[in-house]
Design a protein around this ligand. Structure first.
Ligand SMILES: Cc1cc2nc3c(=O)[nH]c(=O)nc-3n(C[C@H](O)[C@H](O)[C@H](O)COP(=O)(O)OP(=O)(O)OC[C@H]3O[C@@H](n4cnc5c(N)ncnc54)[C@H](O)[C@@H]3O)c2cc1C
Length: 420
């Protein structure tokens, strides 16, 4: 097939676009470096996931300070969404305007919430989001109500909800792409960080990709690892997408390329593609790979020895009372004031808070987009090096300080790191 459109990556971005293209008559090829996840005992085993890192990629990245880490960035059909928490929140209206946070400014977007609203509604239908609109004062306008009833609170969470309400706060139902009965039939575990190898979680594979592949004009090629994009002689369009499949280097020349390999890997592919300026494709601004916003977890524990928490899935409740205001004229903290001082101070941007266990809530904070927080591939311009060398060496790095490129690799579990 000579495709009209190549989509790189089958995560939420790539698969959702593919589903939007279904029925358009365009021949679409999705190139995905990973394979499909299949059911295994490890998929529902807490130890395998959280301690053994069974599903983690066999690669090591480096921080700016030189520290090495094994990233939680997954390469498989459906991308990271196979492991995600299924929380499908809309950004708040105010998120689209500039907002001063505790540790920095969250810049304005070039468009308003209203422009995205119809697309949020479509996405919520595609991902069969369960929830209800109403309890959360920060919830923006919805043109279409949730079509599916919320995932019910487990008793300890229902109690936490009632207690928060009694304090005058506004606990609300998390919008979830989870069919709880189907999920629990596969094993009595939570779903966040557990891979969806069957049904139960609405992820990029189980929702949009399944819909897209009903169109025979859309094809998925797994194990197809894109190395770089080749610039056409006009200096403005892509002449070819170079990838490796079944041990062979090959290329394809579509009319349109959609790069959706994830926030980090999309920037790696661009930075590794040769350009006249020498700093990668689409990078005359020098912004490619910058403004990396890490998603930190903030834990707060409140232990009541008189109560036994027998909940299994827990994650049905959110609290956004401090999302837009820190109270009494304070800058927005996003979430919870008490108990998380030091951690919160380091979080600059919208910061949401979800109760994650009865009395043991966990919050999620997102760093502000700062130009110095960047991702640098070790080998820029891979087309000069060639992909798939037997001793292919690579690492990626998320840097907070020095903008120096890094070009070593680290073995992980005896396997050489291989970002590209
Ligand atoms: C444990 C966990 C929990 C999360 N919980 C939530 C949540 O509750 N709610 C939420 O909104 N978000 C959550 N997230 C984040 C969310 O999953 C991601 O933001 C989202 O899936 C990113 O989608 P993407 O399509 O941009 O990228 P990805 O998911 O990274 O998809 C990119 C795809 O491209 C492929 N690819 C990469 N490089 C190449 C290459 N060179 N050639 C070919 N293919 C390539 C990858 O294999 C992958 O399939 C969570 C993430 C994790 C890990």
């Amino acid at each position: 097939m000579n495709p009209d459109i190549v989509i790189i990556g089958s995560g939420i971005g790539g698969s959702t676009i593919a589903s939007g293209l279904a029925g358009s008559g365009a021949k679409v090829l999705i190139l995905e470096r990973g394979e499909r996840l299949t059911p295994s005992p490890q998929a529902r085993d807490t130890r395998s996931i959280f301690i053994d890192g069974h599903f983690r990629p066999r690669e090591t990245w480096r921080e700016a300070g030189g520290g090495r880490f094994n990233p939680g960035n997954y390469y498989n059909v459906g991308g990271n969404s196979k492991f995600y928490g299924g929380v499908l929140l809309r950004c708040r209206r105010q998120d689209f305007s500039e907002m001063q946070h505790f540790g920095g400014v969250s810049p304005a977007w070039p468009f308003a919430y209203e422009e995205l609203e119809p697309w949020y509604s479509k996405a919520e239908q595609l991902f069969r989001v369960r929830g209800e609109v109403g309890d959360d004062p920060t919830e923006p306008f919805h043109s279409v109500p949730c079509a599916f009833a919320p995932v019910p609170d487990e008793p300890p969470i229902a109690r936490a909800r009632a207690e928060l309400k009694a304090l005058g706060l506004h606990p609300a139902t998390l919008p979830l792409g989870v069919d709880i009965e189907a999920w629990l039939n596969g094993g009595r575990t939570g779903w966040d960080a557990f891979p969806n190898t069957g049904v139960g979680k609405m992820d990029a594979e189980s929702a949009p990709l399944v819909a897209a592949l009903r169109d025979t004009d859309i094809t998925l090629l797994t194990g197809a690892h894109v190395g770089h994009l080749e610039l056409a002689s006009d200096g403005r369009t892509i002449a070819a997408v170079h990838y490796r499949h079944d041990g062979q280097s090959t290329k394809v020349s579509p009319k349109l390329v959609i790069l959706s390999a994830g926030a980090i890997m999309s920037s790696v592919i661009l930075q590794r593609s040769r350009s006249p300026k020498g700093n990668g494709l689409a990078n005359s601004s020098g912004q490619v790979g910058r403004n990396f916003m890490n998603h930190n977890s903030v834990a707060m524990l409140a232990i009541d020895p008189r109560r036994r928490n027998d909940s299994v899935y827990q994650k049905t409740l959110m609290l956004n009372d401090y999302y837009l205001s820190g109270g009494s004229g304070g800058k927005p903290l996003g979430a919870h004031r008490r108990g998380a001082g030091a951690a919160r101070r380091r979080s600059h941007s919208p910061y949401r808070f979800q109760v994650d266990a009865a009395g043991g809530p966990a919050g999620a904070s997102i760093e502000a987009p700062l130009a110095k927080d960047r991702c640098i591939p070790p080998f820029p311009f891979l087309d000069r090096v060639g992909i798939g060398l037997p001793d292919q060496r690579a690492s990626a790095r998320t840097s907070r300080r020095s903008p120096k490129a890094y070009s070593q690799y680290e073995p992980y579990d005896g396997v050489k790191a291989s970002i590209m």
